[in-house]
Design a protein around this ligand. Structure first.
Ligand code: NOJ
Length: 755
């Protein structure tokens, strides 16, 4: 490899000495100068072709995450035409590719290896939507940290995560990868995940570079159809969809992925408004932007580029730095440069941003630092990962219903003599991994059946599949029904396969597929108590089943330790605490149904025909945002406001007593919402502004304290800037977005002399 010229190094050392002993900011400035000098020293050696090679990202043939477009990545690396690889992993394989880049190319610039490490790399944690239901930011940070550790040990440096696409549409299969419908919670999770992946120092070889995606508003495709057009007002975009990305970027994410969709009439891949004006100028992002898979090529299908060359120019000039899989930058930008359609300055800016991250990752110090077989063997599927997979799976489960069947509630199970475990997801390893399970190994998955067998050692446990996901074949019903009749309790696992969610897996009617719900109804009709576990990656609607079943869990796809976690919950060894982060619709026609809606001029009134409502179903979802039960009960007292009138510069202090009145110790997620009663623009009926997850022993009461400031009450005004307006507000506290205590306060302008 070429060395950095001695004069540059000496100059930098002198600058460092000059500033030695100054504060951190100066230290950071020096580090920045040092870094950019290093980047420039490499850039100055590069030919145009080598520069375009760094802007090129190609998939290996190890995993298929999009249409295969090129199978000559090895030759491309060797020719210096490809500086980055994705979908390749393991130390052994990636080292071989790195050797080609470092030993066989003119400048020996190391490759950067990326992969979709979305909810674990080999050890798989619950899908992100499920983990979000834990409302436990430390837990999600830890999941990202451990995923990074395992992936980095497997030869990776970069993950295409976190997914920060707010979504209100469960028809869209990729809600599984996100954080649900709330921008505030989404933002906090973005921060936790970016910090978890990147740690405090990217050069730590146990971390990964994060990639906030898909920028922007990819979670709002029309009719929930993946890759479809997105159209919304800029106010809605800025107020609801943008904040989670922003928070991830503020947390220091070094890369961002442009989304497939268009927004405001321009595909994100070619949108200077998104990629430069908002991302770089407004949000101060300094990392690099990568396209999504063949996103540049698709500019032709979007109908904004006449040909490949034109597409490349549009993307580069919008602010896109790296081309995933279109091979358009590498093949056409040199021509565009010759023709004067783009400038070398634009290419250099992109290459600088990419090299900068490679330097930050320490790849120039030692291109092989991520390739140790010993480390890989020690970390992958290690104890800390497997333990965390259990902790996280337990906290992700949401208990929706636990009603008395006979004289007592079914749950938790108290040593049943016999248990019938039924359903196509009950003894199913692959689907527990969920969509985007990276290099997850399904043979390591503990299924529900296995978990129950391990936990309920003194019960007789028998299994029947009953039916599958797709066919109408009822041949298995009779065996399942007879097993149910001859058992004390049925644990029924139904829902979706992992392939029925995720990318390119939109469903027009997101219900429980096939004849599974019929099986459930017939099992319930046997009279044996049935615990329904809905395992899926999106909110499915199941109104009839909901009416009939006494016990229902939303159990998602929980990853490698799924069965252990569920058995812990069934037995009461762990008391469920998850709360929904996306509303569960009654039927597809209600979609989008979400808690932070605007009020209408004719709010629903059952006694008045001419109000905003349906004739066939209530407006409210089957289960609202924030909902989730525990085996114990929590009682909320009245909200106490320290002062019901605050000035703009004040902090509102409020408190509420919460008591565990049931028989079990447990966690409660206490939620705080506000409503701005009169605004210059219409305001949501409720907005989440705070929460606390607390542990209360049986009988324990605690007073919880919350604060609100003017900043919490701001919104995007007519001029598209954040504003806070004085006036009357409501504040609500409760266990979910519907069952709430409320109080009122007034916000007034500061009086003279206050600032
Ligand atoms: C397409 C997906 O939209 C994106 O999220 C993913 O990172 C890439 N494929 C690479 O697999």
């Amino acid at each position: 490899m070429r060395r950095i010229p001695a004069c540059i190094v000496t100059g930098i050392i002198l600058i460092q000495l000059l500033f030695a002993g100054c504060g951190t900011e100066t230290g950071e400035l020096v580090a920045e100068i040092y870094l950019s000098r290093k980047v420039d020293s490499v850039l100055s050696l590069m030919t145009t072709e080598e520069k375009l090679g760094q802007m090129n990202l190609l998939t290996s043939d190890w995993d298929v995450t999009g249409p295969t477009m090129r199978d000559q990545y090895l030759e491309d690396i060797r020719a210096g035409r490809c500086g980055n690889i994705f979908n390749a992993h393991t130390v052994e394989y990636n080292r071989k590719l790195q050797e080609v880049a470092v030993e066989e190319t003119r400048l020996g610039i190391p490759l950067m290896f990326g992969y979709d490490v979305i909810h674990g790399h080999r050890t798989i944690f619950p899908i992100p939507l499920a983990e979000a239901c834990s409302w436990n930011l430390e837990l999600m940070k830890r999941s990202s940290e451990l995923s990074a550790k395992e992936a980095a040990a497997s030869g990776l440096q970069w993950t295409f995560a976190p997914v920060m696409d707010l979504s209100r549409d469960p028809r869209w299969g990729r809600v599984s990868e996100g954080t649900g419908e709330d921008p505030y919670l989404g933002g906090l999770i973005a921060e936790a995940r970016v910090k978890g992946f990147q740690g405090t120092d990217l050069s730590d070889p146990f971390t990964l570079a994060a990639c906030v995606k898909h920028f922007a508003a990819y979670g709002a495709p029309e009719a929930g159809r993946d890759y479809h057009t997105v159209d919304m007002s800029e106010i809605t975009f800025r107020e609801f969809y943008l904040p989670p990305y922003r928070r991830g970027i503020e947390a220091g994410a070094v890369s961002v992925m442009a989304s497939f969709n268009d927004l405001f009439g321009v595909p994100a891949t070619a949108s200077g408004f998104l990629l430069t004006d908002i991302l770089r100028r407004e949000m101060g992002f300094t990392g690099f932007v990568v396209s999504d898979y063949s996103g540049i090529e698709q500019l032709q299908d979007h109908g904004v580029a006449a040909d490949r060359q034109h597409a490349g120019e549009l993307a580069l000039q919008a602010g896109l730095d790296m081309d995933m899989q279109s091979v358009i930058f590498a093949e056409t930008l040199a021509r565009s440069l010759e023709q004067g359609k783009i400038s070398m300055g634009e290419i250099d800016a992109a290459v600088r941003r990419i090299l900068r991250v490679k330097f930050q990752l320490g790849l120039f110090d030692d291109p092989y630092r991520y390739f140790s077989e010993e480390r890989e063997a020690a970390v992958v599927f290690g104890e800390e990962l497997m333990d965390h997979a259990l902790v996280s799976a337990r906290e992700s489960v949401v208990l929706l219903k636990n009603e008395p069947a006979g004289d007592r509630k079914i749950l938790p199970l108290t040593a049943p003599g016999s248990i019938a475990v039924i359903g196509p997801l009950a003894d199913n390893q692959l689907d527990m991994l969920g969509s985007w399970h990276a290099a997850g190994d399904h043979t390591k998955v503990v299924t529900l059946l296995e978990g129950i067998r391990k936990r309920f050692t003194s019960s007789q446990i028998r299994y029947e599949q009953g039916c599958d996901f797709y066919s109408a074949d009822r041949a298995g019903f009779s065996r399942a029904l007879s097993l149910a009749r001859n058992s004390d309790v049925v644990i029924l696992a139904i829902g979706e396969t992992q392939a029925q969610s995720g990318e390119a897996a939109s469903r027009s009617i997101p219900d429980i597929p096939g004849i599974q719900e019929e099986l459930a109804m017939e099992l319930i009709a046997t009279g044996t108590p049935v615990v329904v576990m809905i395992m899926a990656e999106r909110p499915l609607s199941f109104p009839q089943l909901d009416e009939r079943a006494s016990a229902i869990f939303y159990a998602w796809h929980l990853g490698t330790r799924a069965g252990d976690a569920l058995a812990d919950i069934l037995s009461g060894a762990y008391n469920p605490s998850g709360k929904l982060v996306m509303s569960i619709p009654r039927n597809a026609g209600q979609i989008p149904v979400y808690y932070n809606v605007k009020s209408t001029g004719r709010p629903a009134d059952p006694g008045n025909k001419f109000t905003s409502k349906y004739l066939d179903v209530p407006n409210e979802p089957l289960y609202p945002f924030g909902f989730g039960l525990s085996y114990t009960d929590f009682e909320y007292g009245e909200i106490h406001l320290e002062d019901a009138l605050i000035h703009m510069s004040d902090t509102l202090h409020l408190s509420i007593p919460v008591k565990n009145t049931g028989a079990y110790d447990g966690h409660e997620i206490v939620q705080l919402y506000v409503r701005d009663l009169v605004g210059s623009l219409t305001r949501p009926v409720k907005e989440l502004k705070g929460f606390q997850k607390v542990f209360l022993s049986a009988g324990e009461q605690r007073t919880l304290h919350f604060t609100l400031t003017a900043d919490d009450l701001k919104f995007i005004g007519k001029d598209l800037e954040y504003i806070t307006e004085p006036g009357d507000f409501k504040v609500f506290v409760g266990p979910d977005s519907e069952r709430l205590r409320e109080a009122g306060f007034t916000l007034v302008q500061n009086t003279t002399g206050r600032n």
